[in-house]
Design a protein around this ligand. Structure first.
Ligand SMILES: Cc1cc2nc3c(=O)[nH]c(=O)nc-3n(C[C@H](O)[C@H](O)[C@H](O)COP(=O)(O)OP(=O)(O)OC[C@H]3O[C@@H](n4cnc5c(N)ncnc54)[C@H](O)[C@@H]3O)c2cc1C
Length: 422
């Protein structure tokens, strides 16, 4: 293994895992391997929005030029598009708020050191401190640090919580393993802009502005992607009484156009006209995690959806995964092998409170769009409250968070927090 100081195994090559792999690979003393269960990286990005804060992180990681080539909107922090919020579950819908927000863009896969068809089944801490990994095809590998970037159904999280529940005699931790259904379903579709009808003789509004059509227990998000050639819509419907009940094994299924139209019957025509243009909608059960009390145990770390899988109502899951990757790479890059545990503790102290806050806020935002929050449909209070849901984007800077993590790392190093500690 020669010149490398320590070996990091990244389980899962989604947005979070790939971002971490690219960031870590700049530190030539760290050996990085990405083990991806699928036979290739999935196409990520169509319709995924990221905010300017995340763009800043991509700049800091020197990834921004690659993303700019495929972004729908070229990065310009001065440019702010906004969702137009409408009450739409009546025939005569009306606009009630506009929230200024940064741009959205489609993503490009960063490249990393990848091993495909390597689906992690379990890991085991060896006596010497190494971690042995076992894959579904019988292959194995060893590392000094395992990062679970394996999404909301993470096997790394499941094993971590099972081990910790036993070690600490805390059976309650087992309840945090499975993602919970939020009681919301989402219908998704992509429509060529040329298929979008005009409304009362005017161009469909969603071609000009990202739209948030709101109604009681339901809302529809629609915005154009691919340089305006395609309109992406996600139509949500919630039943609060079914929150935390079983959804079923398949989270994503095909459904009929009629089901979607029936669900949104009685909505204003610009919504119906949009929904009826999708011939093959898909239906998603929206799940999220309960907040975890830790992201790190014993040289095993969680990142992205594996740590804080959240509902999509703030468009923040990918951004939070990228921010995790940025901070973790920052502290690992600066840590000596003997202070790896201090680096992991610094990552956890920096990221856990923020990511869990965003997880909570995402769920609450869905309630706000559907008039189910404590503000009901009191538009004057609800508008500003929705705006504040995005405060986490500007309350700190990525550079400031990285400095904070470094301060924690150096302080723990001074206190002599070394590998035996965790
Ligand atoms: C409807 C919807 C809309 C969304 N819209 C937005 C948005 O606008 N903006 C935004 O920021 N976020 C959005 N998100 C959330 C965002 O897509 C996720 O937060 C993000 O993709 C999480 O990235 P990840 O790398 O943590 O996990 P994933 O993207 O889930 O990647 C996990 C990877 O691990 C692999 N894997 C799984 N198990 C194993 C295993 N055992 N061994 C090896 N590999 C394994 C998988 O194949 C996959 O490649 C949305 C989500 C949904 C459902």
């Amino acid at each position: 293994m020669s010149t490398k100081s320590f070996r990091v195994a990244i389980c899962g090559g989604g947005i979070g895992g790939l971002c971490l792999a690219v960031a870590l690979s700049k530190h030539t003393h760290i050996q990085v391997d990405v083990f991806e269960g699928a036979e290739r990286f999935k196409e990520i990005g169509a319709g995924v929005m990221i905010w300017s804060r995340t763009w800043r992180i991509l700049e800091l990681l020197e990834l921004a030029p690659h993303f700019a080539k495929v972004a729908d909107t070229q990065p310009d922090p001065a440019v702010a598009t906004g969702f137009e919020y409408r009450r739409s579950d009546t025939k005569d819908g009306f606009k009630w708020n506009l929230v200024a927000m940064p741009y959205a863009f489609a993503e490009q896969l960063p490249k990393g050191l990848a091993h495909f068809r390597r689906r992690l089944v379990s890991y085991e801490k060896q006596a010497g401190g190494e971690i042995a990994l076992t894959f579904a095809d019988g292959a194995s590998a060893v590392c000094d640090l395992l990062v679970g970037c394996d999404g909301i159904k993470s096997v790394v999280r499941a094993q971590m919580l099972r081990v910790k529940a036993k070690e600490d005699a805390q059976p309650g931790l087992l309840n945090l393993i499975e993602p919970k259904w939020t009681g919301t379903i989402a219908y998704r579709g992509l429509i060529p802009s040329t298929n979008l009808p005009s409304v009362d003789g005017a161009r469909h509004r969603t071609l000009a502005s990202p739209m948030m059509y709101c109604g009681q227990n339901k809302h529809v998000v629609a915005y154009s992607i691919s340089q305006g050639n395609i309109v992406n819509f996600v139509a949500f419907a919630s039943d609060l009484n079914r929150k935390n009940t079983a959804y079923g094994a398949e989270w994503v299924t095909n459904c009929s156009k009629d089901e979607v139209l029936q669900c949104f019957g009685g909505w204003e025509s610009e919504v119906s006209l949009l929904l009826e243009r999708e011939e093959k909608p898909t239906k998603w059960g929206i799940h999220h995690l309960e907040e975890l009390p830790f992201f790190v145990t014993n040289r095993v770390v969680l990142l992205g959806d594996a740590a804080h899988g959240m509902s999509p109502h703030l468009g923040a899951g990918a951004g939070q995964a990228i921010e995790d990757a940025y901070i973790l790479a920052h502290v690992l890059g600066a840590a000596a092998p003997k202070s790896l545990d201090a680096a992991l503790e610094a990552y956890q102290q920096t990221r856990l409170p923020v990511a869990n806050h965003v997880l909570r806020s995402s769920y609450e935002s869905g309630n706000m769009y559907e008039f189910n929050s404590r503000f009901g449909d009191e538009y004057s209070a609800l508008g500003p409250a929705i705006g504040h849901q995005w405060d986490f984007l500007t309350e700190s800077t990525p550079e400031g968070e990285a400095e904070k993590a470094m301060r924690i790392l150096r302080s723990l190093e001074r206190q002599g927090i070394i590998r035996e500690r965790l």
